[in-house]
Each structure stands twice: as C-alpha cells, then as structure tokens.
Design a protein around this ligand. Sequence first.
Ligand SMILES: [Zn+2]
Ligand SMILES: [Zn+2]
Length: 263
Amino acid sequence: MITRQLSKADLHIHSTYSDGTASIPEILAHVAALDLRVIAITDHDCIAGGRQAAQLARDFGVEVIIGEEVSTAEGHLLALFIEDELPPGRPAAETIAAVHAQRGLCIAAHPYDRCVPSLGAYGLHSRNAGPRQGEWPLDAVEGLNAGVMWAPRGCNLRAQQVARDLRLPMVGGSDAHSLATIGQAYTLFPGTSADNLYRAIQRGDVYCGGGYWSVGQYIDVSRRWVRQRGVHGLVRLALDGAGITQRKRSDSAEQGLTSSVPI
Ligand SMILES: [Zn+2]
Ligand SMILES: [Zn+2]
C-alpha cells in the first residue's frame, strides 16, 4: 500500500493584534518547536499581525499565510492568502467576491457555533444548494474548530455534514487565542508548503484533525485576558466576540498590550 506524506497546518490563529494573548514573535517561536509546517494568522478584521508574521517567518523556519477573520454582516469568514485587508460589516457575498478578487480563499469559520456570529445561522446550506446555489461561493468549510463553545462536537459534526452536502473541502483550525491552544485542531494536506496547501484546498484534497480546547485552556485564556486588559477589557472582548458590539480597529493594538502587565 502506498501511503502519502501529509503535512499539518493550523489555519486559524489569533495574536495580540486582535484578541489573542500571544504576540507574533511568541507565536512563531512556539510554532517552530511544533510539527506544524504552515500556519495562518487570522486576526479579527486586521492583517497587520499576519503581515508581521510573514516578515519574521523565515527567521523562525515557519511558513505563514496572511489571513483575516472577517466579521461579515452574516458572520465570521476566514480569508486566507490575502494581501489587502477586508473591512468588516459588509455582506458575506460581497466580502467573498473581494477575497477572490485578490486570489484569496474563503472558509466558513465555526459555521454552527451560536455563541459567535456564524454563517450557519444565515443559511450557509440554503445559500449554496438548490435555486440559490453559489450565492456564497466558499472554498472550504471549517469542519473542526477546536475552540467552539456551543455544543462543540455537535456543531462541528453539523459543519462536516453540510460540507459533505455542499461538496466543499473541510479544514481544521485551533482558533487559538493562546500559545497552548495552537495546533489543537489542524488541516492535513499533501506536500509541505503553503503553495501546496493552496492547491490542495482548491482541489478538495485536505482533511481536518485534532480535538478541542480543554476547560483549563479556556480558563487560562480568560485569565490572560484579564491580566492584559483588565476585567473591563474582558467584558468588552466578550461583547465583541458575541457580535453585540463592534471591535475597535487598531493596528497599534499590540503596542498597547506590550506595555501592560506581562504574562
Ligand atoms: Zn470567529
Ligand atoms: Zn477566530
């Protein structure tokens, strides 16, 4: 039997440029010691962290995809392999077209997590099947998100079922907000490079694997948020995360954090 060599990528990582608790250099140093060949930095509505990571990646022997978790009007969309930042608040269809215009790839993030704005609540299935086929021309569905909070296994299984129904590839991502959660879920692909991964997603030759954040990791992330941003900041993050308030967009977010209490 011939076995193929598959590599691991984590396509969903947040840094201190949005609501992650680790800086880009910390993330790269951590990933350099893991078995991940490729990572995507996908901060909320911001690609400054992804850009910084791509610039520093070579020093750490890590390959980085510049990404963004875009807050579309209908929920979170992972945009990968992009060069220009996408603004939040636009309809998903418009955002997907803008990502494709720069040859990026679009993935429905945690589509059935009801704790955060997600495309599943706005008809991910119906907009891509039957008479509305192709209204949201996604490139893949996040079939395994390690950080989902709403009935984790059930909501990932539903995402996987919908991906099968729509004949879309399934990818996995940790939705990491701390070093310890990086790689908790991942995407397997043939080859070793980001370019190999791009082509593998396009032809549907990718697989998701991994597990979930532990309770201890949720508590650890919450503690770090409080230490870095205070209780007020934690409340603000929770409201932003649930889509009740809109995130403040700031490229200097990391600057603000580095002057706060160290982790
Ligand atoms: Zn999200
Ligand atoms: Zn996320």
